[in-house]
Design a protein around this ligand. Structure first.
Ligand code: A3P
Length: 345
């Protein structure tokens, strides 16, 4: 009798367990198919819809799923045709500044359902060989996207390269330009740290930052040092302003993007005329990394690669002060031109 009851109980448990597993599998499969079947609605339509608390999960999964397949080369021509996917020239470019947080900005903007990023730095406008290949080559380097989406690429070398403003102007004189800046001395040290790491990887020795940043003969700031020159933001911007009005630029505060990214991203959304879709849900602080990481949905999240957020070498405080004093007037001019103020010394 007892044996019979136990067998019956086991049977019931088995049926219940199977039902539970079956339901979970069904739900997973259902969400997957829905994602593949329903394309994203155009931005204009979504604008009239009530603001969701977070990015619609299905939209992102669809975007990620299909575009990921395309990147892997798994999507067929039929799929591309069926979903009306196109390779579009960027409507916005993150032109710099190197070590300002360009990768973080691109990845974070890519959280927006209407944004598609070019994963690699294309270096079309700053590299003569690439530029000679023409606009069709450039377009061919762009990811597939839905026609209503905007493509964004980032190549930080654009900001400091002489020929680039004119070349971009010739391609699209109304393109939107994003510049992310950090406190100039910190940026210069970050720049140095990246180069130092490269040298160490090749077992090469390298000068100390102080030796490069300060001219040993004059004891003044060495303006020939590239990491210093790149941080004189206003000098570079002035070259760009010969081609584009200041309204076509949006300055992102890279220090704030590190400590509190959402408000900076919302300003960019507004600049790009996109509905506000990136929310706090999409950004979570990872204490181990010491940075905000990205949450696309309940399943997929990621932090930036380890090469972002390096530990900087300690720099002689007197050199730091000297550099900060040196950059100060340039920073003031930069703020005057752009209308953005910063918490910089
Ligand atoms: P450090 O490595 O000096 O800390 P770029 O992508 O332009 O090369 O910029 C790299 C910088 O982005 C890093 O410089 C880091 O401080 C900054 N950054 C901003 N947000 C980040 C994030 N969420 N994760 C990692 N690095 C981030």
């Amino acid at each position: 009798m007892l044996f019979k009851q136990q067998a019956l109980l086991r049977q019931k448990l088995f049926v219940l367990g199977s039902l539970a597993i079956g339901s979970v599998l069904y739900l997973v499969a259902r969400v997957g198919t829905l994602d593949r079947l329903q394309p994203i609605c155009p931005i204009e339509n979504r604008l009239t819809q009530p603001e969701p608390a977070q990015i619609p999960l299905r939209t992102l999964q669809f975007k990620r799923g299909l575009l990921h397949e395309l990147r892997k080369g798994n999507a067929t021509k039929e799929q591309i045709h069926l979903h009306n996917l196109v390779q579009q020239l960027p409507r916005a470019i993150i032109i710099g500044v190197r070590k300002g947080g360009t990768r973080a900005l691109l990845e974070m903007l890519n959280l927006h359902p209407a944004v598609v990023k070019a994963s690699q730095e294309i270096h079309f406008f700053d590299n003569d060989q690439n530029y000679a290949r023409g606009t069709d080559w450039y377009r061919g380097k762009m990811p597939f996207s839905f026609p209503h989406q905007i493509t964004i690429e980032k190549s930080p070398a654009y900001f400091i390269t002489e020929e680039v403003p004119e070349r971009i102007f010739k391609m699209n004189s109304s393109i939107k330009l994003l510049i992310i800046v950090r406190e100039p001395t910190t940026r210069a040290v970050s720049d140095y740290t990246q180069v130092l790491e490269g040298k160490e990887r090749k077992n090469k020795t390298y000068h100390k930052f102080e030796k490069l940043a300060i001219d040993t003969n004059t004891c003044e700031v060495n303006t020939k040092y590239k990491a210093v020159r790149t941080s004189i933001y206003t000098k570079h911007l002035e070259r760009w302003l010969k081609y584009f009005p200041v309204e076509q630029f949006h300055i992102v505060d890279g220090d704030r993007l590190i400590t509190d990214p959402l408000p900076e991203l919302q300003l960019v959304e507004r600049f790009l005329n996109l509905p506000s879709r990136i929310s706090q849900y999409n950004l979570y602080f990872n204490a181990t990394r010491g940075f905000y990481c990205l949450r696309f949905n309940i399943i997929f999240n990621k932090c930036l690669a380890g090469s972002k957020g390096r530990i900087h070498p300690e720099v002689d405080p007197s050199v730091v002060t000297k550099l900060q004093k040196f950059f100060h007037p340039f920073n003031q001019k930069f703020s005057q031109i752009t209308g953005r103020t910063f918490n910089w010394p």
